[in-house]
Design a protein around this ligand. Sequence first.
Ligand SMILES: [Fe+2]
Length: 386
Amino acid sequence: MTPFNFNTSPSIRFGPGLLDQLGDIVKNEIGTRVLLVTDPGMMATGIVDRALAALNSAGVVVTLYQDVKADPPENVVTFCADAAVDSGAQGVVGLGGGSSLDVAKLAALLATGNQTLKDAYGVGNAKAPRLPLILVPTTSGTGSEVTPISIVTTGESEKMGVVSPVILPDIALLDPELTLGLPPHITAATGIDAMVHAIEAFASASPNNNPISRNLATEALRLMGAALETAVHTGADLSARSDMLLGSMMAGQAFANSPVAAVHALAYPLGGHFHVPHGLSNALVLPYVLRFNAEVAPEPYARMAPFAFPELGRIENEQERAMAFCESMAALSKRCGLQQTLREMDIPRDVLPRLASDAMNQTRLLVNNPRELTEADALNIYEAAW
Ligand SMILES: [Fe+2]
């Protein structure tokens, strides 16, 4: 067996209604003064009020940072870290989608004053200590609550990552009730993103692709393949919502240790230049990248196929089953009501070469792709997706 490392959050707490215990958990694990990191969209849902009520009733003094934006820029991260310092927070709680959790991770890191954001970019450059950290996801998508990754937008459109086990939270607190009110389109986009995490982790060419990640990925695909459409079309179904939240977390654990590849590499420029939400940008390039990979490396896709789509188990030929998996993922994205072309997103055709050139900068991800992908390949994929 090939040697590997596997890191995840040391404490994972899962259950409907768990948010109401946030105050006691913070008081026991962090102290009586915290920074709560969230975004304006969350403020409108009533979930932040519930979190504040739980914290206040346990006697925890909260400073609220509510200005997280999607694709968070560097100044959001530094303002948030300053808020942690200025308030004397003993720890940080992130509440929201991937952006809020990513900012919370970096605020906890930078608030100790050991290093600047620029010093932390890259793999393994974030240095302990950080403030104690609890992450509470409200979408079933990024898996950020169990990943050592934080993505920041630098300058106009470039993305930089901080990747280090130091920013894995102390506690991931998963309450599926928090996802009941997610609108269908966000449920769909974040759900497809989570499935992509499992798919890319399972097929990853990373030398650290490992049996724990692959098992988490297949179980995540089993849960989410069965639950995604129900969660999209019948949002109040707690069972489907629970399976999506658990599945997205497992996919997060999988790719945290067996990293994602070309789907994400080609998705990032769409977010950077056109602010296409992360999940949707993945969904837009997904079928084309999967077909490109499965043409020459069908084996992992053929193996994954029956977990997400049990009926595909009947296809015996490996190549056919792998290609059927690609088609089933594309059809699932469509049935979930997601946009299917770059054109629909008002992305002009003449920008595609620029996107292809930008995607090539995602070397951290492209090295994990099961098939080598050149700039010309990237352009072909964008053209097909247009
Ligand atoms: Fe993703």
